[in-house]
Write a protein that binds this ligand. Structure first.
Ligand code: ZN
Length: 170
């Protein structure tokens, strides 16, 4: 197939209200629209990447993912496609789903982090109750002053099961 915007559009259901081009063709296992980008046995590529390439939009560096601004799973409209890095995409998704704010998830993450930490919860409680300055605490407990400060103000070793955790320094 000759690749043109018209040819791609013909493989889509165009939504006049949103301007989305909903892809009717093949998709990858994750539902990402894909197409054969060359004649005959040419490589299979994500449609959004092909569209971005046709638009002459390139971003250097990082591992870029062709996505869109409308959030539609199957939209490949030239007006909606964009490149994001994996990190940007994760940040956008986290913002939308508030995934990072889920208390169960935070607790699960903190368990892993605590298991790796050279300190224990007992040390942390002792440190907080000590009334020491962060500089003195760092010396006594053998950590960086910045770490001591974070621990003592509750930025690290948060009490995730406490409903009041995160409301301020404790
Ligand atoms: Zn769209």
């Amino acid at each position: 197939m000759e690749i043109s915007f018209t040819a791609i559009q013909q493989l889509c259901n165009v939504c006049t209200a949103t301007g989305c081009w909903h892809w009717k063709g093949g998709v990858a296992s994750g539902g990402v629209p894909q197409m054969r980008a060359g004649p005959g046995t040419g490589p299979i590529k994500p449609v959004r990447a092909v569209v971005l390439q046709m638009l002459g939009k390139w971003r250097q560096g990082d591992h870029l993912i062709a996505t869109n601004t409308c959030r539609s799973r199957d939209c490949v409209a030239p007006e909606h496609v964009c490149w994001l890095t994996r990190k940007e995409l994760q940040q956008r998704t986290a913002k939308e789903t508030r995934y990072g704010e889920c208390p169960e998830r935070r607790l699960a993450i903190s368990k892993v982090q605590r298991a790796r930490s050279p300190r224990t919860i007992e040390m942390v409680r002792e440190m907080r109750a000590s009334g020491l300055s962060t500089r003195a605490a760092a010396k006594v407990y053998g950590c960086a002053q910045s770490t001591a400060a974070l621990i003592m103000c509750g930025g690290m070793w948060k009490d995730h099961q406490n409903p009041f955790a995160g409301l301020g320094a404790r």
